[in-house]
Design a protein around this ligand. Structure first.
Ligand code: GLU
Length: 326
């Protein structure tokens, strides 16, 4: 009897132990990392803002979000592929090419695991040139010192396509530097480059820095080659950078552009993506106030435009619940 009693006690003790052991497992924190861009761009604010919304609800869902600075769109795609990043902000043209395995992603092949979450703000190809550089139009680039962007950036990816269309190579310029987005404005002010190229939402800290530290102009990117790119590729469209956003730049400037998009991969847990989009759209007015480039965001456009990859199941579940999709 004694032995039995002891065994029963040990047995229930073991059960209790198992229950206590599994309790922290259920409540375990899950960490997600969102790839952004340079700290003076808008992607950084996108990542920080999404995390802010997610982390407001951490007590309930136990998801903790962080959004470090990265090299930009292409670095974010590569980071998600390698598992270092869970989500990322990516230009719509980069999303298209990465998903389909085209152009700069041809060697990698299609990344069919890519999943779309939502579209963000518009990103015009933005060229800023020193006022003393003699650059008045994008076609004045040959022979000049141009920062074509770091290889992980979206602007570098877009520039490669544009340079091909123009019949240009790196040798076309007297210098083709590969500085990170956050380093460009200082290089322009220090007269190390004549022009910087940034595919970015407006207003942003980088262009503000460039135009306040030196006399510099936003430069039009137009012409038959650009028109042809817009006709050929679904993700390019004409775009105007409004005048009055930056010192000494009061006129509208014509260029072409893409959209920023928020993406992930099929392997990320459905619950995490569901909670992330829920956090954004349930605090949407608060979210939109976090950056002037978010001001005009509309839910309907965000879930239907600029997305090549299929929606992640966790995002689709939330959009269905809201009645936004079937
Ligand atoms: N479009 C840029 C890129 O893909 C980043 C712009 C930003 O950081 O706001 O690298």
């Amino acid at each position: 009897m004694k032995r039995h009693a002891f065994t029963a006690a040990a047995f229930s003790g073991a059960l209790l132990g198992a229950a206590m052991f599994s309790a922290p497992a259920i409540a375990q924190e899950r960490f997600i990392t969102i790839g952004t861009g340079g700290q003076t761009g808008v992607y950084y604010v996108v990542g920080q803002s999404v995390c802010r919304m997610v982390n407001r609800g951490s007590d309930e869902h136990n998801i903790r979000c962080n959004a470090p600075s990265t090299g930009g769109s292409v670095a974010n795609v590569n980071g998600m592929k390698s598992g270092e990043l869970d989500m990322g902000v990516v230009q719509s043209d980069v999303q298209y090419r990465a998903y389909k395995g085209e152009e700069n992603f041809a060697d990698d092949g299609p990344w069919e695991e890519m999943r779309a979450v939502f579209k963000m703000h518009g990103e015009p190809l933005t060229v800023v040139a020193r006022a003393d550089s003699g650059i008045e139009h994008f076609s004045d680039f040959p022979g000049k010192r141009v920062n074509i962007g770091n290889p992980g950036s979206g602007q570098r990816n877009t520039m490669n396509v544009l340079m091909d269309a123009m019949g240009w190579t790196e040798e076309t310029f007297s210098l083709a530097s590969q500085l990170d987005a956050a380093e460009q404005a200082a290089a322009l002010a220090d007269n190390n480059i004549d022009a910087m190229v940034y595919v970015v939402g407006h207003p942003n800290g980088s262009i503000q820095e460039a135009t306040t530290t030196v006399d510099a102009n936003l430069i039009p990117v137009t012409g038959p080659e650009v028109d042809e790119l817009i006709e050929t590729y679904p993700y390019y469209s004409k775009s105007v950078i409004p005048g009055g956003l930056y010192r000494g730049n009061d006129e509208d400037v014509e260029t072409f552009g893409v959209s920023a998009t928020f993406v992930t991969h099929a392997g990320l847990d459905e619950e995490i993506v569901y909670e992330t989009v829920k956090a954004v759209f349930e605090n949407f007015d608060r979210f939109k106030r976090l950056h002037p480039a978010f001001e005009n965001l509309e839910e309907e456009d965000m879930i239907s435009q600029g997305l090549t990859a299929p929606l992640h199941e966790g995002a689709a579940r939330y959009y269905r619940e809201r009645g936004w999709i079937e």
